[in-house]
Design a protein around this ligand. Structure first.
Ligand SMILES: [Zn+2]
Length: 78
């Protein structure tokens, strides 16, 4: 019987945790992001791969990569 399970926040893939296993074994290769929202408020997101983490992060902040690219371009001109 699984003790619980982790779900990839991006693609929905499940990693089941049985009573004999530790979370570190089941989540090997996974990534967990802690989103600190304020005092006593923190949300954890699990991702099964860097691809899933990137997909999710890009969706959260679609304008940031573009701003970074522009900053590099400006640096090059000087
Ligand atoms: Zn995934």
């Amino acid at each position: 019987m699984p003790k619980g399970y982790f779900v990839c926040y991006s693609c929905g893939k499940r990693a089941e945790l049985s009573t004999e296993e530790r979370p570190c074994e089941v989540l090997s290769g996974w990534l967990t992001v802690s989103h600190w929202k304020g005092p006593g408020a923190v949300e954890h997101y699990n991702f099964c791969s860097f691809t899933c983490l990137k997909t999710w992060a890009d969706a959260q902040a679609p304008k940031i990569p573009e701003a970074f690219l522009r900053a590099f371009e400006e640096e090059k001109d000087e």
